[in-house]
Design a protein around this ligand. Sequence first.
Ligand code: TPP
Ligand code: MG
Length: 546
Amino acid sequence: MIKGSDLLVAALENEGVEQIFGVPGEENLDVVEALRKSRIQLVVTRHEQAAAFMAATHGRLTGRPGVCITTLGPGALNLTTGAAYAHLGAMPMIMLTGQKGILFSRQARFQIVDIIAAMRPITKMARTIVNGASIPTLVRDSFRVAMEERPGPVLLELPEDIAGEEIKDVPLVPPHEVPVPVANPAALERATQMLLAAKRPLLMAGAAANRPRLTEALSDFVRRTRLPFFNTQMGKGAIAGGSKLYMGTAALSERDYVHRAIDRADVILSIGHDTVEKPPFLMGPKGPKVIHVGFMPAHVEQVFYPHAEVVGDVGPSLSLLADRIEGKLHIDPAFATLRNEILDKIRDRAEEARFPLTPQRIVHDVRQVMPEDGMVCLDNGMYKIWFARNYRTHVANTLLLDNALATMGAGLPSAMMAAMLYPERRVLSVCGDGGFMMNSQEMETAVRLKLNLVVLILEDNAYGMIRWKQAVDGFPDFGLGFGNPDFVKYADSYGAKGRRVASADGLAPALEAAFGDGGVQLVVAPVDYSENIRVLVEELAKSMGQ
Ligand SMILES: Cc1ncc(C[n+]2csc(CCOP(=O)(O)OP(=O)(O)O)c2C)c(N)n1
Ligand SMILES: [Mg+2]
């Protein structure tokens, strides 16, 4: 006889789980005891939201679900933002929550919230385990559901009496690979005809192009077809190498320099676009025709309605498509000239010595200190647009940003997960002074785990992005400023190290020194956001003749 909790932990080991992140409550204590005796590391965080961000990022970076655990009611509810982050961002994740006993009710309704109902709209599946014997199949099914396209979060709620119940040992279900079908030949043929007829075809890499297993096939496709390409924010890095074919990143939905290329195209081969992202361009009756290539059929939106779809396992489907079009495409030579113009504009003022620092200079200096495989993990704020637009990536998933839920607070936890998974790489989290403070308590977790990571805080004493929108919309400047702790002392109080950048030339050396010292490091840089209006509003409007 074994306990339900032992069976649960054995089933997790069977799935290859190595860590579980979270804040246990009394309802989880049988599970905690089973974890103590297992190979799985329990990583206690200081807020459940951070545990969910870490677990989701594990899924995003490895394709295997990350796992997080919380108590019932309040703890489980603290997972909701993380659940939505994984759900919109298509990141496989398993959430385990406790619940009061369901066979007896000795505490009436104390702390009881209908978590299954609360989580249903932000998960792929949410189930209560009502019988210990069903644990092996439910766990296997949860991992399968979380991982299969389109990936996302699954919730399993384990009541404390089911966890503690002695049951007969039940065999575990062995996991196996599930190769999925490649695209139908008729779909490949339709796409081939459209591409061969095109005069100015262009490729777009979207969020799903960054699935860990896709990098090679996609890069190979671009090498074979020589198609000029751009990417969405979450598609950054999906095409490997310092390619001469990169035209830019669509960080805005229209009127940015990259849109000159998009507007010029007559057919866009859109690979893995997920309409959770802020639109990379807006389709209209006149613009380019779009071919959607994806694991799943396209969603039809007012601003995105493909004319053809190649649905199936993207890697093998692309190689079949390349077989049909390689060497036969009409590549418009004007894209090469346009590329230089776009990238020149993006590079403008990247080395300006103004202080506080401009966003362009910050992006430039960060790129200087990050090796090709270094990982930059962004929180959400104004700087995200600048990083998406200006930061060049050469390796998949080396600029982690959230253009789906676009929540604040995930910058530090996602960087912590990256640092755990890739201890040999440089990992930098870039946060605003607003977003950093939403999960800054995890500095303690990072120090306790002895992680090597640097957090760059961009200080403008404001919710800068909203302040910018307020100005763009013609509202008076009101209500979006705040004060900050002394971040250097704040870092010290966690046993981390803090540094303040005092001149424009001080940023790169400060980051270099922080990486050199190792451990958890905070670098605070004052930022001058007047460039937001000058470039993103005035310059772009002028360049488009508006
Ligand atoms: C959890 C959450 N709350 C609110 C928002 C809306 N929001 C988007 S950006 C932003 C301001 C971010 O401020 P900060 O982190 O300081 O970055 P900055 O824009 O100043 O660089 C806000 C409030 C959000 N995206 N997520
Ligand atoms: Mg700010």
